[in-house]
Write a protein that binds this ligand. Structure first.
Ligand code: PMP
Length: 430
C-alpha cells in the first residue's frame, strides 16, 4: 500500500494506547510511520532517520535488527513458532529459565513462570502472593502494599497496584485490596490491623519510570527488604523497566544487594524484540503450592512463546559476547555530563538520572518557577518538535524521557542531548 493510503486507513480504523484520538485524527497530524531500524536508528517510511531515544517504549536493549537476535529468531522459526506450555515444555524455555536463575543474585529465585508482558508478569507475582498465604495458614493476608506514583501495568490487576490515578481511569476500586504509601517512613507507622493483612509489597526498584523517572533515595530498597524480612512479608520487585542493564547493572536490585521474593521481568527480556515476560520466585513460594490438588491457577495462550525465548537467549549471549555491562559506566558518565550542561537551560526544571535512564522535567520558566499546565501537553509538543531534530521519544507529562538502547554510542548520546537542547531553544524562541 502507498503511504497516503496507509495513513488514511490508520486514521479510519486504528485506536492507539494513551492517545487523545481527537488530536491524532486531525487532518494536520501526520502520524510517523516507522518502517525499519538498525542499532539506535529508526527510519520512517520516507527514509528519514531518527535516534530511538526511548528504546521503543523502554524495550530495546542491543539495538534494532541485531544480527545475533535476528538469526536466533529466524532459526527458531524454522523449527516451530509457538506451541502450548500448558501440558508440554520445550528447550528454549528450559534453557532460558536456567540462564535467568543463574543471572539473579544468589540464584535464590529458582522458579520461573512465563507470561507475555510486564502487566502479566506483575499479576503473576501478585496472584502467587495472594494465593500463597491462605494456602499456608495465613488467610488474613489479603492486601498488597504499593507506593504512591508507582506504575505496574494496565491490566486491571496490575493497574490496581499503581499509585498514579491517570492509569486507573474511571474505576478506582478494581483488582486487589491495595494500601498505597508515599515513602519508606510511612510503612513504619502503619496501624497493626493493616500490617496483619499485608501479603506483599510491590515496588519499582531505584526509580519509578511512569511517574516521570523519579529516583528513590539511596538505600531505600535495602531498608524495604529489611522491613519485609522483619515482618515476613513478600517483596515483589517490578524490574519490567529497570531489568537488563538499564540502571547500569543487570538488575536494579543488585545496586543494593537486595534479593526479593518475586521479580517481574518483561520489556528487555527478549532484547525488546518480542512480547515475553517472566516472574521469578523462590523455592519457598513454590513449595507453598505443592499441597494436594493445589496449582497456580493462571496462564496465557502465548506463555513461554518459543520465538520470544530464542530472542531472550540470544540477547543474553549478546550481553556476554559484546561485554555490554562493562561498557555501561562510560556511557552513563557521558550522559550525566551531557545532561549537566543542560541544567541551566531556562526551560529545564529538574533532571533525574539512574544509569541510562533519564528524565528532563521542563517548565515555562525556572526563575521564578512557572510550570506548564497539563492541558498544554507541553511535553508532548516538545517531543513532536524533537522529531525535526532527529530524536524520537515520549514524555511523561512534562518530563522528557531519554532511555536509549544500551548499545548507544557516545556520539549518539551527544546527538540525543543536542536534539533536546535545540528543541528547548525553539520553545524559547517562540
Ligand atoms: N511495570 C513497569 C515498571 C513498567 O514500566 C511497565 C510498562 N511501562 C509495566 C510494568 C507494564 O508493562 P507492559 O506494558 O509490558 O504490560
Amino acid at each position: 500500500m502507498e503511504h497516503a493510503e496507509l495513513l488514511a486507513i490508520e486514521k479510519r480504523h486504528l485506536w492507539h494506547p494513551f492517545t487523545p484520538m481527537s488530536d491524532w485524527c486531525e487532518d494536520s497530524h501526520q502520524p510517523l510511520l516507522l518502517a525499519e531500524g538498525s542499532g539506535c536508528i529508526l527510519r520512517d517510511s520516507e527514509g528519514r532517520e531518527y535516534l530511538d531515544g526511548n528504546a521503543s517504549i523502554w524495550t530495546n536493549v542491543h539495538g534494532h535488527a541485531h544480527p545475533v537476535i535476528n538469526a536466533a529468531i529466524a532459526a527458531q522459526l524454522q523449527r516451530v513458532a509457538h506451541t502450548s506450555f500448558l501440558g508440554f515444555t520445550h528447550a528454549p524455555a528450559i534453557e532460558l529459565a536456567d540462564a535467568l536463575v543463574g543471572l539473579l543474585p544468589g540464584s535464590a529465585l529458582s522458579r520461573v513462570f512465563y507470561s507475555d508482558n510486564g502487566s502479566t508478569a506483575i499479576e503473576c507475582a501478585a496472584r502467587m502472593a495472594m494465593q500463597y498465604w491462605p494456602q499456608n495458614g495465613r488467610p488474613e493476608r489479603d492486601t498488597l502494599l504499593s507506593f504512591d506514583r508507582g506504575y505496574h501495568g494496565d491490566t486491571l490487576g496490575a493497574a490496581s497496584l499503581g499509585g498514579l490515578p491517570v492509569f486507573k481511569g474511571a474505576g478506582n476500586s478494581f483488582g486487589y485490596r491495595v494500601v498505597c504509601v508515599p515513602t519508606m517512613e510511612a510503612l513504619n507507622s502503619l496501624p497493626a490491623e493493616t500490617m496483619a493483612r499485608i501479603a506483599a509489597v510491590v515496588i519499582e526498584p531505584l526509580v519509578q519510570g511512569a511517574a516521570g523517572i523519579r529516583t528513590w533515595p539511596r538505600g531505600m530498597l535495602k531498608q524495604l527488604e529489611t522491613w519485609c524480612r522483619m515482618h515476613d512479608i513478600f517483596l515483589i520487585l517490578d524490574e519490567v523497566m529497570t531489568g537488563f542493564g538499564r540502571t547500569g547493572r543487570m538488575f536494579a536490585c543488585e545496586h543494593e544487594g537486595v534479593v526479593p521474593d518475586f521479580i517481574a521481568l518483561a520489556k528487555g527480556l527478549s532484547g525488546g524484540y518480542l512480547p515475553l515476560a517472566a516472574t521469578l520466585t523462590t523455592e519457598r513460594v513454590f513449595q507453598g503450592f505443592l499441597g494436594e490438588g493445589q496449582a497456580f491457577y493462571y496462564g496465557h495462550s502465548f506463555t513461554a512463546n518459543q520465538l520470544g525465548c530464542a530472542a531472550a537467549l540470544a540477547s543474553l549471549r549478546v550481553f556476554r559476547d559484546e561485554k555490554v555491562l562493562e561498557q555501561l559506566p562510560g556511557k552513563i558518565g557521558t550522559l550525566a555530563r551531557l545532561l549537566d550542561a543542560l541544567r541551566d537551560h531556562p526551560h529545564v526544571m529538574d533532571i533525574r538520572q539512574c544509569g541510562l535512564v533519564a528524565g528532563i522535567e521542563i517548565c515555562q520558566s525556572r526563575l521564578p518557577l512557572v510550570e506548564y499546565g497539563p492541558a498544554l501537553r507541553m511535553g508532548h509538543q516538545v517531543c513532536l518538535t524533537a522529531r525535526k531534530h532527529g530524536l524520537l521519544t515520549r514524555p511523561v507529562v512534562n518530563t522528557l524521557v531519554l532511555m536509549p538502547p544500551l548499545c548507544v554510542t557516545e556520539e549518539e548520546l551527544v546527538r540525543m542531548v543536542n536534539a533536546v537542547r535545540l528543541t528547548l531553544d525553539e520553545i524559547t524562541a517562540v
